[in-house]
Design a protein around this ligand. Structure first.
Ligand code: THU
Length: 158
């Protein structure tokens, strides 16, 4: 038996203004999208925004349902909208913000496993890294590629 270790790198920023202009724009689109969240059951509002390789930004927010499994997270709402409206255009970056009652958590609310899996698929489809930017009030975490937030990804190769 041998022990193995993997290393995960991510960048920590303390304000939106520290991000690149393109990432700031995407972050603000995610914050704006949070306002469109429909979350009467959890009251946890999440906004997301995907940047495509051609510069287009596609927003999304969590959409809940009385039949609870029928709802969808903000990240997948945004990615599926991008996939449906701009087929074949790679997704290069995804920003996410979440918090109770339209607020922003102090530290980033991190995406669920199902959303990470969907990110991995679109990253693979786009044949280029998709960065992930998670926004918190005190810290912003940026992952250069989906692999850094979902190691050991299940892919069609498996
Ligand atoms: N949610 C998201 O939209 N994204 C995440 O990454 C985690 C959770 C939503 C799902 C549900 O509407 C609410 O937050 C509470 O779980």
């Amino acid at each position: 038996m041998i022990n193995k270790k993997i290393e995960i790198n991510y960048e920590v920023y303390t304000s939106i203004e520290e991000l690149s202009p393109a990432d700031q724009e995407l972050a603000r689109a995610a914050i704006a999208a949070q306002r469109t969240s429909y979350a009467p059951y959890s009251r946890f509002n999440v906004g997301a925004a995907v940047r495509l390789a051609d510069g287009t930004i596609v927003p999304g927010s969590n959409q809940e349902n009385a039949a609870s499994p029928s709802g969808l997270c903000a990240e997948r709402t945004a990615m599926f909208a991008a996939g449906a409206q701009h087929p074949g255009v790679p997704m290069v970056s995804l920003a996410v913000v979440g918090g109770p009652n339209q607020q922003m958590c102090h530290y980033p609310a991190t995406p669920c496993g199902a959303c990470r899996q969907v990110m991995a698929e679109y990253q693979k489809l786009g044949k280029q890294p998709m960065s992930v930017i998670l926004l918190g009030e005190r810290e912003i975490w940026k992952y250069a590629r989906v692999d850094d937030i979902l190691p050991f990804t299940f892919t069609s190769l498996d």
